[in-house]
Structure formats: structure tokens, C-alpha cells
Write a protein that binds this ligand. Structure first.
Ligand SMILES: CC(C)(COP(=O)(O)OP(=O)(O)OC[C@H]1O[C@@H](n2cnc3c(N)ncnc32)[C@H](O)[C@@H]1OP(=O)(O)O)[C@@H](O)C(=O)NCCC(=O)NCCSC(=O)C[C@H](O)C(=O)O
Ligand SMILES: [Mg+2]
Length: 346
């Protein structure tokens, strides 16, 4: 851990100064696409219009013999595509892989000026972020970049979960953390073949009651990790995201998983397929009814203190802050989305 005195010092001579505040912009979905796929590259402007963040995936799901094509494809996208202001992220290959060094060197050198965030898979501890931090600073200095590229970690190893609080504060570049349930399941030796979502075997059963059939309730396998990740991120001033939901056809299941993450404090999730963009948009945009009520709370407590009653519900300093969260999010999203602006009465 760096000394607080030098935390915001650039890590290489000539590198841009680290940011003090992580930008708060719409990030309801981080949309994954494979940049080695020519058809998808041609659709980048269209994807950028519908997604809040566009992410070129170079890691898992891109076959070993397509890794270089994916990297080259992303350089082409970065040089030519008009993203209309939608942030461009990349998920590079894992730090132990044979591809990551070339990923970082090539991308920062060739298109560092248009890359907003580098997502690092399988982060195990703050040492992984420290490695990327210094390397990015050296590459940024050499490329004469004017702003630093931010870093997003995927929480997908048991060691990463054990160290999540230190990962979140490992660098001023840290933008956020996503849950990676597939790799995390493997790392923990969980007995599931699913990518996120629930499992019918993870149950709590009611006590026996004579001959009455005992009801049982499915629990959320990811609750503990997600909660820990949300607290680690929020305490560090960075953003938590639920990751992928692999059963593309199970739209209600995806929506339920995204909603649980939204309610717990996540700002967004990954979309792996166009149908999941719409789901994330729906889930991670606050409900207009709730925004209306939150505005009434703010109006009822102009100075944010004291106790008040609204529709039979007690309101005080804490509910004022809850209302502020919803209204600030709604206002931020409304600036991007005219339909939402209308739904929120702006
Ligand atoms: C999952 C997919 C392989 C499904 O693709 P496909 O079989 O082509 O689906 P459809 O036929 O329904 O597609 C309909 C059209 O939509 C286009 N499409 C599909 N996916 C995308 C996309 N991501 N972006 C834009 N457009 C997309 C198809 O080309 C079809 O178009 P057309 O032919 O013109 O009709 C595929 O969706 C996919 O590859 N998704 C991304 C997968 C991915 O990135 N996986 C890695 C992230 S998850 C992970 O790594 C786990 C994590 O790290 C952890 O550990 O938890
Ligand atoms: Mg993974």
C-alpha cells in the first residue's frame, strides 16, 4: 500500500496525474463484444448508441487463436469508430497469460487516448493492481497521454474476495469492481456449471411441522460476495457492478439477478447479448414512481433534518439521504436519456 503522501503522485516521469474523483456517468450495462468479429466491429456505432459502456473483450470467450485478431480489431475500432461519447473499455487477458503484456503495450500505445478503462481479470490482491498501475504509467508517459486510463478489477478468485478491501484502494486509477461468478465458482470449488444466477439446490428448508410438506426457499449464492464487494467499493469511492448472467434465454432470471444487485448498491451489470442491454436499462434506472416519492421526501425536508410524516411513513435525515441517492441517479440518467427524462417529469 502506497503512503497517503504519495498516493496521487504519477508512477512514471511524464505520466498524467491520477484523477482525484472517479467520473460518475451512466454505467447501467458494460456491453461485451468480441473485437475479432468483423460483423460486430461494423456494429460498434449502433452498439455505442444503445449501451452505456462498450467493452472489447480480449479474455475468456475469445479463442486462443483469435487473441491477436481481437487485439488488432480493437485497435481498428479505437482508431476509426465514432462512439458518440460512449466510454470504450477493454478486458485484457489475465495477468498470468502470455497475451496480457502485448495487450497493454499495444493498446495504450496505439489507442490509449480513446481508452477509458482497462478491466483486469482474476485480480488476487493489491499487488496485481500495483503491477498494472506502474506499467500503465510508463506506457502513458511514452505515448504522451494527457489523462490516465482507469482500472477495473474482476472479483473472481477466492483470494480476490479475501483481499477485496485492499484491491479497492490499491490505486487512484481504481474505477470499480465487477463480480465474476463463473471463475469465482471454479476458484472456490463451488459445485455449479452456471454463469451467475441462482441454483435450485441452494435452499433453506422450514422446520418440520407434522405431516405438512416442508416449504423450502432458494437463497442467493452471491449475496455474501456482492455485499462485501459493494461495501469495499463504496468505502473506497469507486463503483460496484454485478458481472455476467450466462443463461441468455432466461430473461426473467437475468432480471431478478440484476435487480438484487441494483437494490444492494451495484450501479450496473455486464450485458453479453443485446437482449441484456434492455434488461439492464430497465433494472438499473430507478422506477419513476419511486423517484417521484423521493422528490417529495426532499421537498418535505428542505434542510435534510428533523422528523416528518409522508403518507404515513416516517422521514428523517437518513431517508433524506436515501432519497438523494435515487434523485441524483435519476437526474444523471435523464441527462443522457430523453425518454427517462420524460418519465421522471423533467
Ligand atoms: C452468447 C453468444 C455466443 C450468443 O451469440 P449468438 O448465438 O450469435 O446469439 P443470437 O443468435 O441470439 O444473436 C442474435 C444477434 O445478436 C448478435 N449478437 C450476439 N451477441 C452480441 C453482442 N455481445 N453484441 C452485439 N451483438 C451480438 C448476433 O451476432 C446476432 O446478430 P445477427 O446474426 O445479425 O442476427 C454471444 O452473445 C456472445 O458471444 N456474447 C459475449 C460472450 C462473452 O463476452 N463472454 C465473456 C464474458 S462472461 C465471462 O467471461 C465470465 C466471467 O469472467 C466470470 O468469470 O464470471
Ligand atoms: Mg472470468
Amino acid at each position: 500500500m502506497r503512503s497517503p503522501r504519495s498516493f496521487f503522485a504519477p508512477l512514471a516521469v511524464g505520466a498524467p496525474a491520477p484523477v482525484r474523483e472517479i467520473p460518475t456517468t451512466p454505467s447501467r450495462m458494460i456491453h461485451f463484444f468480441d473485437p475479432s468479429n468483423e460483423k460486430l466491429r461494423a456494429r460498434v456505432p449502433e452498439m455505442a448508441r444503445s449501451a452505456d459502456i462498450l467493452l472489447a473483450n480480449l479474455e475468456d470467450a475469445v479463442a486462443a487463436d483469435r487473441k491477436e485478431a481481437a487485439r488488432t480489431g480493437l485497435v481498428e475500432v479505437g482508431r476509426s469508430a465514432n462512439l458518440g461519447g460512449t466510454p470504450l473499455w477493454v478486458r485484457v487477458n489475465a495477468l498470468e497469460s502470455p497475451w496480457v503484456l502485448d495487450d497493454l503495450v499495444t493498446l495504450v500505445t496505439e489507442i490509449g487516448d480513446v481508452l477509458d478503462v482497462v478491466m483486469i481479470p482474476k485480480v488476487e490482491g493489491p499487488w496485481d493492481i500495483a503491477y498494472v498501475d506502474r506499467l500503465l504509467a510508463q506506457l502513458e508517459a511514452r505515448a504522451e497521454l494527457q489523462r490516465p486510463i482507469l482500472v477495473h478489477a474482476i472479483l473472481e478468485t477466492a483470494a480476490g474476495v479475501a483481499n477485496v478491501e485492499e484491491i479497492a484502494v490499491a490505486s487512484p486509477r481504481m474505477q470499480g469492481i465487477s463480480l465474476g461468478p463463473a471463475d469465482l465458482a471454479a476458484s472456490r470449488r463451488m459445485k455449479t456449471t452456471r454463469v451467475g444466477g441462482g441454483h435450485p439446490g441452494y435452499l433453506v428448508m422450514a422446520d418440520p411441522d407434522g405431516d405438512i410438506a416442508r416449504p423450502s426457499y432458494q437463497q442467493d449464492l452471491w449475496h455474501y460476495t456482492l455485499a462485501r464487494m459493494v461495501d469495499a467499493c463504496t468505502a473506497a469511492g469507486i463503483f460496484p457492478y454485478y458481472g455476467p448472467f450466462g443463461d441468455i434465454r432466461d430473461e426473467p432470471g437475468c432480471e431478478a439477478q440484476f435487480r438484487a444487485a441494483y437494490l444492494m448498491g451495484c450501479v450496473g451489470a455486464w450485458s453479453l447479448h443485446p437482449v441484456q442491454i434492455a434488461i439492464a436499462k430497465r433494472v438499473f434506472s430507478p422506477d419513476p414512481e419511486e423517484v417521484r416519492f423521493a422528490r417529495r421526501v426532499l421537498e418535505a425536508i428542505p434542510d435534510g433534518s428533523g422528523v416528518h410524516m409522508l403518507d404515513g411513513k416516517m422521514q428523517d435525515d437518513a431517508t433524506y439521504k436515501q432519497a438523494r441517492v435515487l434523485v441524483d441517479l435519476a437526474d444523471m440518467l435523464a441527462r443522457k436519456d430523453p425518454e427517462l427524462a420524460e418519465a421522471y417529469g423533467q
